[in-house]
Ligand binder design. Sequence first.
Ligand SMILES: CSCCC(=O)C(=O)COP(=O)(O)O
Ligand code: ZN
Length: 204
Amino acid sequence: MTDFLPLEHLVAACHWIGAKGWAPATGGNMSVRQDAEYCLLSASGKDKGSLTRDDFIQVEIATNSVPSGRKPSAETGLHTLIYRLFPQAGAVLHTHTVNSTVLSRVEKGHALLLSGYEMQKTLAGQDTHLNTIAIPLFDNDQDIDALAQRIETFAADAPMQYAFLLRGHGLTCWGKDVNEARRHLEGLEFLFECELQRRLLETK
Ligand SMILES: CSCCC(=O)C(=O)COP(=O)(O)O
Ligand SMILES: [Zn+2]
């Protein structure tokens, strides 16, 4: 994979995610779009904080087929779904943070609602704390094809932007490029921390 700058950006993002402790014990996976047909996905089962460019595997977006025969992320089907649903999505980051894991269990509804936070403006197109941002929240499933199908069905009726949460599992977010996906991840993670602390304090 020579001279593909977005992959360099993705590898740097993986190292940053690892340093933050947001992909512990091989959790998490990351990808970047190559073109309309292919993406590059992190290899399954590796420490995502120390990936190199050789740890990224080409996957066909339409079919999840892997020309090399190597083993990309077990959650490949969620990344390719995002690239199919959103032709403008250029990168996808999935993390296992404590905040997203706990908050997605504490919240019993089908979305996490965020409002009143200035940091909502870290999300593309948001220009005020007065909006309510709904991050869809899906029950986790070990059957990734079934999970992807559930998310696709939801997205057909309710346009998704930025991210979704998997209950007790983590956050999957995306952006037009690696930098935007990274900003969405950092912004959402900050908002989740605020929301968790607000809920803790307000229930005392
Ligand atoms: C080790 S955590 C369980 C699997 C998971 O949720 C994950 O994000 C990592 O899976 P991968 O196959 O991408 O390594
Ligand atoms: Zn995961």
